[in-house]
Design a protein around this ligand. Sequence first.
Ligand SMILES: N[C@@H](CCC(=O)OP(=O)(O)O)C(=O)O
Length: 351
Amino acid sequence: MDFPKNKSMKKPVLVIKFGSASITTDGEIDERIVLEIARQCATLQSKYNIVLVSSGAVAAGKRFIPKYTGSLAQRKAAAAIGNPLLIRTYSTYFKPFRIALAQSLCERHHFSNRGQFLQLKSTYETLWKSNVIPVANENDVVSNKELKFSDNDELATLIAVGFDAEQLLFSTSVPGVLDSQGNVIPTIEVVDKDALALARKEKSGVGLGGMTSKLNFARLATQMGIKAVIFSMQTENGILKAIAGETGTVCLPQRKKVSSRNKWLASGSLIVGMVYVDQGALEAIRARKSLLAVGVVQIVEDFVVGEVFQIADTMGIVQAVAKAKTDSAALKASSAKKNIAIAHADDIVLL
Ligand SMILES: N[C@@H](CCC(=O)OP(=O)(O)O)C(=O)O
């Protein structure tokens, strides 16, 4: 079969992320959903350069692991087995629409190293020119961090910001961010602490995970000027409606001018660490001062010098990202050095 060539390179970029829960039914990849993804993407391909970010490798591969308990080693093995199966399923359903797919297994450092990122960029551009859609997933096999809920939300956001996407769509198992009555909130003007509080309520109320992560990454994307939409594939024509703002929760882009260095720092870098800081530290960094050890309430995720970490308030709401001047281990070790700078003011990006 001949696959058509793409004539225009100047199309806006659209990143769509599918979580495991949104493409599986009873723990198995739901082929009807993959068909729907293919059908809707086929109508969008002439308008957008599309990147699909799809989880589901563990779900596709776990039945091949005897006595599967979901341990980290088993999940990595399941992902190794499941990734080619997942891509085969996608390819099968895209083929009738004359669209070929490419697999892109990514690690976060592919975004932190500018040289590697430029390679990724030129590969995607070559794929788009050839009318091929990249399907990205985290390279779980060599990932040195536990596979966790927010990984592909983060990957999708890194891609969206790195490629300056017009829209970032997160498909989830619920139709959007719900208010206290259980109704979908159609628009979030600014993803702030009130919006994040809704996600928390939703999680405890109906036992769903992941909305906080999605909103935190939607916050990052919208701060970088990208529209983010949280929607469900259970909605008929969900992708098409989400793009048109007719379903799900639309998080509006903030129209701040962001330098490309700060964009890179805020998203393209290796965001590995996280600290909770007190009010005094937040006021200091908002006044363009450095972050000092004295203001750190808790080190949530470790980091080393040069890595990028998130700075959150004590509610866990990310307020800034910064490049580390000090290893987190050194902070834990030296309780005496309260004035040690963890991040220089120039290396902190406020969100
Ligand atoms: N990379 C793993 C899933 C990791 C992940 O982020 O999962 P999810 O929260 O369901 O999007 C996989 O393909 O199964």
